[in-house]
Design a protein around this ligand. Structure first.
Ligand SMILES: Nc1ncnc2c1ncn2[C@@H]1O[C@H](COP(=O)(O)OP(=O)(O)OP(=O)(O)O)[C@@H](O)[C@H]1O
Ligand SMILES: [Mg+2]
Length: 416
C-alpha cells in the first residue's frame, strides 16, 4: 500500500530510527497530528505494537484514541483498521493500546512487547513513571516518542529530555510557525495573548518554559530553597529516626513524606512515596523495606474513619504495632503558613523526593470563576495530595528529640 502523507517538514525525523524522539513546543504546532499520522503510516507498513501513554488517563476518552481514529479516517484507512472502544487493530496485526501511567505503575511492566511508546502531554509525566516505563520498553529497536508543551523548567520531563537528553535521542522544538496548517482561529488567540501578557504568550505559543506557575502556592519558598542549595542529594544517615506524614487516598494518590529532625533544628526531607489503589499492606511493605528507623507514622484525621468492616486505617496500622499518631487539626491557610516556614529551613533530597517536589511546585490556588481572581483555596488536583501531606508534616513534625528513644519501636503504647 502506498501512502501519500501531508506532513510538516520538521517532523521528518519521526521516520528515522532513534531510541528517543522528543517533540516539544508551543500550542498548535502540529505535534499530535504529526505523530498520529507517522504512527498510522508505520502501522500500515509493518506490524507494530504501539502503546499510547499519558500520565493520567481516568477514562479512554482522555487518551489519543479519538485523534488516531480521526486521522485514520482522514487518511482513508478505515478499511485497514478496526477501531474498537479501547484499542485499534490493523489488518496486518498492528495494534494500538492506551494507558495512564500514574495509576498503573505496576501493570505497565506487562507492556514489554511494544515497538513504539508514544507519551502525549509528556510534561506531566513524573520521575517514577519514567523510571518504570523506560526499562519496560525493551524490545530491540523499540522507541519512545514524547510530545509535550513545556511547563516549568524544573519539570522532570523537560530536564530529562531537553536539558540533559539521552545519547540516542532526537530532540526537536516546533512552534506554530512550523505548522503549515496552523488554524486561523488560533492565530487570533495568539495575537491577543501577545498583546495582553507577553510571558504567557512565550510559554503557550513559543514553547518557553516558565519559572513559576500562576498562583503557585510555594513558588517563592521553593525558589529560595533551590538558590540556597537546600534541594540536592545528600547522604542519608539511616540511624536518625524518621517521621512519616501521610495523605490517604484510594482513587486519589496516597502520598507519604519521610522526614528527619536533627537536634539543633535541622529538618531533612529524605524521601517521598506515592501510589494509588493499593491496600494499606502495600504501603507498610514499602516503608518496611526502605531500611529506615521510624519514630512516628503521622496519619491525617480521615484515617480514623471506619470502613465497612468497622475498622479504620488507624486501627489496622495500630494492630500491626505501627507508631501511629494523628496530625493536629489546623486550617488549610495556617497549614500553608507552617509549610512555608518549613520550606524556608529544610533540606530536600532531590532524587528521592523528585515526584514530591514536582507536586509542590504545581500546587496552586484555584481561580474564582466569577471574579477570575485567585481564590485563597488551593486547587484540588493530582498535585494537591503530596502538598496536603507536606502541610501535615509542617504541622505535626515532632521536634522533641528527647522523647525519641522512648517512642522508637514501642509504637502502640506511645500513641498521643
Ligand atoms: N498534517 C496536517 N495536515 C493538516 N492539518 C494539520 C496537520 N497537522 C496539523 N494540522 C492542523 O494544525 C492543528 C494543530 O495541530 P496539532 O493539534 O497536532 O498541534 P499540537 O502541536 O499537538 O498542539 P497542542 O500543543 O495544542 O496539543 C490541527 O488541529 C490541524 O488543524
Ligand atoms: Mg497536541
Amino acid at each position: 500500500m502506498k501512502l501519500e502523507l501531508d506532513f510538516p517538514e520538521k517532523l521528518d525525523f519521526l521516520f528515522e530510527p532513534s531510541r528517543y524522539k522528543i517533540l516539544y513546543g508551543g500550542r498548535g504546532s502540529g505535534k499530535s497530528w504529526g505523530v498520529a499520522r507517522a504512527l498510522i503510516a508505520k502501522a500500515v507498513k509493518t506490524p507494530v505494537r504501539v502503546l499510547c501513554a499519558r500520565e493520567l488517563q481516568n477514562s479512554i476518552s482522555d487518551s489519543v484514541i479519538a485523534l488516531l481514529a480521526d486521522q485514520i479516517r482522514a487518511m482513508d484507512l478505515d478499511s485497514f483498521f478496526d477501531v474498537q472502544r479501547t484499542a485499534i487493530y490493523g489488518k496486518n496485526g498492528s495494534e494500538f493500546s492506551f494507558v495512564g501511567l500514574k495509576h498503573n505503575v505496576t501493570s505497565i511492566k506487562s507492556f514489554e512487547g511494544v515497538d513504539i511508546c508514544w507519551c502525549e502531554e509528556g510534561q506531566a509525566i513524573s520521575k517514577t513513571s519514567w523510571e518504570t516505563l523506560i526499562p519496560t520498553v525493551r524490545k530491540p529497536g523499540s522507541e519512545i516518542w514524547v510530545t509535550f508543551n513545556p511547563d516549568l523548567d524544573t519539570d522532570e520531563t523537560y530536564r530529562r529530555f531537553v536539558v540533559n537528553p539521552p545519547a540516542n535521542s532526537v530532540v526537536r522544538k516546533v512552534n506554530w510557525d512550523d505548522n503549515p496548517w496552523f488554524p486561523e482561529v488560533l492565530k487570533d488567540e495568539l495575537e491577543q495573548l501577545k498583546q495582553k501578557d507577553i510571558d504567557a504568550y512565550l510559554n503557550v505559543w513559543e514553547g518557553h518554559t516558565r519559572q513559576m506557575l500562576d498562583g503557585a502556592v510555594y513558588a517563592n519558598e521553593l525558589r529560595k530553597a533551590q538558590e540556597q542549595n537546600r534541594v540536592r542529594d545528600f547522604l542519608i544517615d539511616k540511624t536518625i529516626p524518621i517521621q512519616t506524614f501521610w495523605d490517604l487516598g484510594w482513587a486519589d494518590m496516597t502520598s507519604i513524606w519521610f522526614i528527619q529532625y536533627i537536634a539543633g533544628g535541622e529538618v531533612r526531607i529524605v524521601d517521598f512515596y506515592q501510589n494509588c489503589q493499593k491496600t494499606i499492606d502495600h504501603y507498610v511493605h514499602i516503608l518496611e523495606n526502605k531500611g529506615y528507623v521510624y519514630k512516628d507514622w503521622w496519619l491525617p484525621h480521615d484515617a480514623e474513619n471506619k470502613n465497612m468492616t468497622g475498622k479504620s486505617v488507624k486501627d489496622i496500622l495500630m494492630a500491626m504495632g505501627k507508631p501511629i499518631r494523628i496530625t493536629p487539626k489546623l486550617s488549610v491557610a495556617d497549614g500553608i503558613n507552617s509549610a512555608r516556614t518549613l520550606l524556608d529551613r529544610c533540606y530536600i533530597h532531590e532524587t528521592n523526593c523528585a515526584d514530591g517536589i514536582q507536586n509542590l511546585r504545581h500546587y496552586r490556588y484555584d481561580v474564582d470563576p466569577n471574579t477570575k481572581m485567585f481564590s485563597n483555596k488551593p486547587l484540588h488536583d493530582q498535585h494537591s495530595h503530596a502538598a496536603d501531606a507536606f502541610r501535615y508534616a509542617a504541622v505535626g513534625l515532632d521536634e522533641n528529640v528527647s522523647t525519641w528513644s522512648k517512642s522508637i519501636n514501642k509504637p502502640a503504647k506511645w500513641v498521643v
